[in-house]
Ligand binder design. Structure first.
Ligand code: FAD
Length: 413
């Protein structure tokens, strides 16, 4: 069986960022990356594809072109975790062993959980920015619609990039407003969450856009079925103590699917009660298996599941894994940073940055970028800087403005 000092499961944002961070610190490590896909996606770009700002092709690269040269790429999926014997069984039945394991499989999109959805995606006006192949259809529908009803949905938490469902609302409305057809379109946002956004400081600027675009906001409203040919969506909405079933006709429906920990994780000894990898929220080391770490959307912490979070987690996991390999205690701490660039109009963004406990965590000084206001600077960062930071920074282990915080800094000081 193959053996690696560090075995990484998943070659997405988290897996490749932490591989880069490890190699930057020790280029002689033996690292294996288990990743079945031949393609790697810059998912944060899909919102801009759906908004007609990016071409889909800009968000996709060959996995071979982003995989670091100094790792062994194992083109398989992990099928079974055996943390008690430090082994992972792969799809072809082969076994890989490790000194330290980093789980980076991301979160699973459960399209099939909504009856009628899968078969109508990509037609009948039903779309989603959560899939590479469908994001261009969103923009096509936005361009075609002149009147009627457009409905946008958000499932219960946890989801990746919790702001993305409403970003689609704003960018579509902005396009309709510019074309002068917004007044003829009835726009509705149905979110299963109790509020518009989880961190209260960012709700007022977002509510202004909900009003400006005349969006009908329904919180506590969950999509439960879709009938594509009849263009009908069914919701369960909170009504007083109970729940009512509401049927709505649509001309365009943008769906964000319910999400969960991947099955292979949920069914493993690595999972906590929510199915995600049960790590210490500060060190990202597993609470029961000290040789296991995790990064990205698969971690069972209260942080926002975003690539922005991965950028900050990568050096923390890398330094703690290296300490573990030297039989030392973890050295760095993750404070739960996550960010969500809310594209409220084409050209302006409300840049929500926060950490554990919903505490605000702005990267730039307020005089330069006030995250509670829509700013052109944040749009410019999203459109021009962040893709570069992703492909040429994060994935290559170049850590811009993210020196990992020493673990004991707080306790000593
Ligand atoms: P991923 O990047 O999804 O990678 C997981 C990898 O694991 C995949 O390559 C997959 O093939 C592989 N894998 C899965 N199962 C297995 C297995 N069993 N064995 C081996 N490999 C496996 N983030 C932001 O910061 N800002 C944004 O504006 C933003 N907008 C977004 C908009 C949309 C529409 C979407 C979908 C996401 C957005 N995100 C945003 C979130 C961001 O894309 C994710 O948080 C980030 O990609 C998480 O990285 P990850 O490595 O955990 O998962």
């Amino acid at each position: 069986a193959a053996h690696f000092q560090v075995l990484i499961i998943g070659g997405g944002a988290g897996g490749l960022s932490v591989a880069g961070s490890l190699l930057k610190r020790n280029s002689h490590l033996s690292i294996g990356v288990v990743e079945p896909s031949n393609e790697h996606f810059y998912q944060p770009g899909w919102t801009l594809v759906g908004g007609g700002v990016f071409q889909a092709a800009q968000t996709r690269r060959k996995e071979a072109d982003v995989m670091p040269k100094d790792v062994v790429w194992v083109r398989q999926a992990a099928k079974l975790f055996r943390p008690d014997v430090r082994e992972v069984v792969l799809g072809d039945g082969s076994v890989v062993s490790y000194d330290a394991l980093i789980v980076a499989t991301g979160i699973t999109l459960n399209w099939d959980a909504i009856p009628g959805l899968t078969e109508t995606l990509g037609k009948n006006g039903v779309t989603s920015n959560y899939r590479f192949d469908l994001a261009p259809y969103t923009w096509q529908l936005v361009q075609q619609l002149k009147s009627g009803t457009a409905i946008f949905t958000q499932p219960p938490m946890p989801i990746k990039c919790a702001g993305a469902p409403q970003k689609a609302v704003y960018l579509s409305c902005d396009a309709w407003k510019r074309r002068g057809v917004l007044d003829s379109i009835s726009v509705e946002f149905d979110t299963a969450t109790p509020g518009l956004f989880g961190v209260k400081e960012f709700v007022p600027p977002l509510m202004e856009y909900i009003k400006r675009y005349h969006v009908g906001l329904h919180t506590g409203s969950k999509l439960v079925a879709v009938d594509g040919p009849n263009r009908t969506a069914v919701f369960e909405r909170k009504a007083g103590e109970g729940v009512e079933r509401v049927e709505r006709k649509f001309d365009m429906l943008h769906v964000v699917p319910p999400q969960s920990a991947p099955q292979v994780i949920r069914e493993s000894a690595l999972a906590g009660s929510d199915g995600f990898v049960e790590v210490n929220p500060a060190t990202l080391q597993h609470v029961r298996f000290p040789d296991v770490f995790a990064i990205g959307d698969v971690i069972g912490t209260s942080s926002a599941k975003t690539a922005a979070a991965v950028r900050v987690q990568a050096p923390v996991v890398a330094t703690n894994v290296l300490a573990f390999l030297k039989h030392q205690a973890p050295v760095s701490e993750y404070e739960g940073y996550g960010a969500c660039p809310l594209t409220v109009e084409n050209g302006r963004i409300v840049l929500a940055e926060f950490r554990y406990g919903g505490k605000l965590a702005p990267t730039l000084p307020k005089w330069l970028l006030n995250g509670q206001k829509p700013t052109r600077l944040a749009w410019w960062l999203k459109k021009y800087v962040m893709p570069l930071m992703y492909w040429d920074g994060m994935l290559k282990g170049r850590e811009l403005m993210v020196a990992p915080k020493p673990l004991n800094a707080k306790k000593d000081g």
